[in-house]
Design a protein around this ligand. Structure first.
Ligand SMILES: [Zn+2]
Length: 299
C-alpha cells in the first residue's frame, strides 16, 4: 500500500525527471514562434517598401533616399506614420495631417507580403533553430526575388507596363543566383546558359525597339519576365504557374466582357479600352508566387 508521503515523493520524482524536458521543449517552441513572428514583421516592412516603390519608380523618384510623404497633402511622414499595419489601424486608414483616406490596398499589401514571407519560410520545412548558411542564402535570394515580383506586379496593375529598371535588377539577381547554384553544385549549368543566351537576345531586340519607338516593348518585357521566372522556378512548377496565369487571365477577360456588356450604354470609348487592357505581368507574378509556395509545401 502506498502512503501519502510516498505518493508525494513520486510526484517530486516525476517533476524532477520530466520538468526540464518540458521546459526545454517549451523554450524551443517559443524561440521558433519568435523567429517566425520576426519573419512576418520583416515581410510587412517589405510590403510597406513595395507600396512606396510601386508609387515612386514609374514617376522616376528615388526609392532609397527622400522622406516618405502623403501623395495628397505632401506632408512628410514621421516614423510613427510608417509602422506597417499598426499605423494604418491607429490612424483609422486616414492621413494624420489632411485626413485624406489612405487606400486599403496599402494595408492589404503589407499583410499579404508578411504572410507570403512567412509561408515561404514555412514551406521550406527546415529546422529554423538549426538553419544552415546555405538555407539562409537561399531564403535571401528568394525574398529579393519575391520582392521584385511584387513590385513588377504592382506597377503593371497600376500603369500597364513592365518596369524595365526592376526587371534589369532582377536579371542581375538571377545571374548571381545562377553563379551561386553552380558553385554549390546543385544543378547543371547547361539550362542556365541557354536561358542567358535567350535573355541577351531579347535585351538586344528591346534596345533596337527602344531606338525606333522610344518606349520599351511590352511583349518583349513579358518574355524577359518569363525567363527571369524560369531561373528561379523549377521547370515543372514554371509550367504550372503559366497555366495558372492563363486561367486567371481568361477568368478576368470573361468578367470584363460581362461588365462591358452590362454597362455598354454609359461608357466612353476610353473607359472601354481601359477595361479591356490586361496586365499580363501582374497575373504572371501572382501565379508564380502562388506556385512557389504550393510546390514547396507539396514537395
Ligand atoms: Zn495627407
Amino acid at each position: 500500500m502506498l502512503k501519502i508521503g510516498q505518493k508525494y515523493n513520486i510526484g517530486i520524482y516525476i517533476l524532477k525527471v520530466y520538468m526540464p524536458q518540458i521546459l526545454k521543449f517549451e523554450r524551443g517552441k517559443m524561440m521558433e514562434v519568435i523567429i517566425y513572428a520576426i519573419i512576418f514583421i520583416i515581410g510587412t516592412l517589405f510590403g510597406s517598401f513595395f507600396t512606396l516603390a510601386i508609387y515612386r519608380i514609374p514617376l522616376g523618384l528615388n526609392i532609397i533616399y527622400g522622406h516618405s510623404f502623403c501623395p495628397n497633402c505632401k506632408n512628410k511622414l514621421k516614423f510613427k506614420d510608417l509602422i506597417p499595419i499598426i499605423s494604418y489601424i491607429t490612424l483609422g486608414g486616414r492621413c494624420r495631417y489632411c485626413k485624406e483616406k489612405v487606400r486599403i490596398r496599402y494595408l492589404l499589401l503589407e499583410v499579404l507580403s508578411g504572410f507570403t514571407f512567412l509561408l515561404f519560410v514555412l514551406s521550406l520545412k527546415i529546422d529554423i533553430l538549426f538553419i544552415t548558411t546555405n538555407q539562409i542564402i537561399d531564403i535571401m535570394f528568394y525574398f529579393i526575388y519575391i520582392s521584385t515580383l511584387f513590385i513588377i506586379a504592382g506597377i503593371d496593375k497600376e500603369n500597364f507596363q513592365i518596369q524595365k529598371s526592376v526587371l534589369n535588377f532582377g536579371l542581375i539577381l538571377s545571374i548571381l543566383f545562377m553563379i551561386y547554384v553552380c558553385i554549390s553544385e546543385r544543378s547543371a549549368i547547361y539550362t542556365y546558359i541557354i536561358l542567358i543566351c535567350m535573355i541577351i537576345f531579347l535585351l538586344i531586340l528591346d534596345t533596337i525597339y527602344l531606338k525606333k519607338k522610344s518606349n520599351s516593348n511590352y511583349t518583349i518585357n513579358i518574355l524577359l519576365l518569363s525567363l527571369y521566372m524560369m531561373i528561379f522556378t523549377k521547370s515543372e512548377n514554371y509550367y504550372y504557374s503559366v497555366a495558372l496565369t492563363l486561367l486567371l487571365i481568361s477568368l478576368k477577360m470573361f468578367i470584363q466582357k460581362v461588365k462591358v456588356l452590362c454597362k455598354k450604354q454609359n461608357m466612353t470609348n476610353k473607359e472601354k479600352t481601359k477595361e479591356l487592357k490586361i496586365p499580363i505581368g501582374f497575373y504572371l507574378c501572382v501565379s508564380n508566387i502562388i506556385l512557389l509556395l504550393v510546390a514547396n509545401f507539396a514537395s
